[in-house]
Design a protein around this ligand. Structure first.
Ligand SMILES: [Zn+2]
Length: 298
């Protein structure tokens, strides 16, 4: 990973504002992805469905309750929710707070990437070095896009126990390609190794579990997600990543059992959100610091 501490604390506020606005727009698109990709996949499974075909662009955004198409002012990320006091302008049905939360999360991640990759501090300097700036900008954009995709994947998996290939596969290839052109701070070999080891390790665990318990533990989606994360973060990140994910997954699993006592212990729980939570923790704190926190580095 090429994350490093910014050398200067002089940052461009215009740059931060631009990153935040881009983040909000992408966050708004992420809401469409989270809502529609599972619906589109269900539609593919039932080709005889009489409903008109659904895509990310068509039909226009509408209220899920009254189906009234939204006006342009209702599409302004975050603000429209508060302006409409959290209710649909046409039928007054409550709008899920998930929309603005996703927009804010993606927005915060975009600002974080702009800061972390020194885009803001480079913009704040009077003598801007174009080549350095462009390469930092490209890296920041790549990680910002990855984070946005991961936020989508986590929510889709949590709700539907599904990690769509339509998101994991392009981002796996984008990771391998970006490492190849030197934009991830990771060698092409490390990126490829990360992807292969990520996929194979979960494949092995899944098959051993299946053999011992005759139950499916990890799905294909989890293997592809770990391959994707391995391609972006390298093989050395996989151990702290899986440790973080298993720990947080176990804590939430036990908490769920405690809260709802009639829940079956074998009730499956999506693992993707925990892998993604682990990935964000690693990206924000750093793999060494995570290993130290987990007391493995002492
Ligand atoms: Zn409505």
């Amino acid at each position: 990973m090429s994350f490093s501490i910014p050398s200067s604390i002089v940052v461009s506020l215009d740059g931060a504002l631009l990153a935040a606005m881009l983040g909000l727009l992408v966050g708004s698109f992420c809401n469409v992805v989270i809502l529609r990709i599972p619906q589109m996949l269900m539609q593919e499974d039932t080709p005889s469905d009489p409903c008109p075909s659904l895509s990310l662009m068509q039909p226009r955004s509408h209220c899920p309750s009254c189906l009234h198409p939204l006006r342009p002012q209702h599409l302004i990320p975050v603000f429209s929710f508060f302006w409409l006091k959290g209710r649909c302008a046409f039928c007054a049905q409550a709008i899920s707070p998930r929309y603005w939360k996703t927009e804010l999360m993606v927005c915060a991640w975009w600002v974080f990437c702009a800061f972390k990759f020194q885009v803001l501090s480079l913009l704040g300097q009077s003598d801007l070095a174009p080549a350095l700036f462009l390469s930092q900008l490209a890296s920041a954009l790549l990680w910002a896009m990855l984070g946005s995709a991961l936020i989508c994947l986590a929510q889709i998996d949590w709700e539907h126990q599904l990690l769509p290939d339509a998101i994991t596969q392009p981002f796996l290839w984008l990771g391998l390609l970006s490492a190849h052109v030197g934009l991830l701070g990771l060698s092409p070999k490390a990126s490829l190794l990360g992807a292969v080891i990520g996929y194979m390790s979960f494949w092995l665990v899944a098959n051993i579990y299946l053999l011992l318990s005759s139950r499916e533990g990890l799905g294909q989606g989890d293997m592809k997600l770990l391959a994707l994360l391995g391609a972006w973060m390298g093989p050395m990140s996989l151990i702290p990543l899986v440790l973080l994910a298993s720990t947080s997954g176990a804590v939430v699993g036990l908490w769920r059992l405690k809260v709802s006592k009639d829940l079956d212990i074998h009730e499956p729980i999506a693992f993707g959100p925990f892998l993604i939570l682990g990935a964000f923790t690693l990206l924000i704190i750093g793999p060494h610091q995570v290993l130290e926190l987990l007391a493995l580095n002492n």
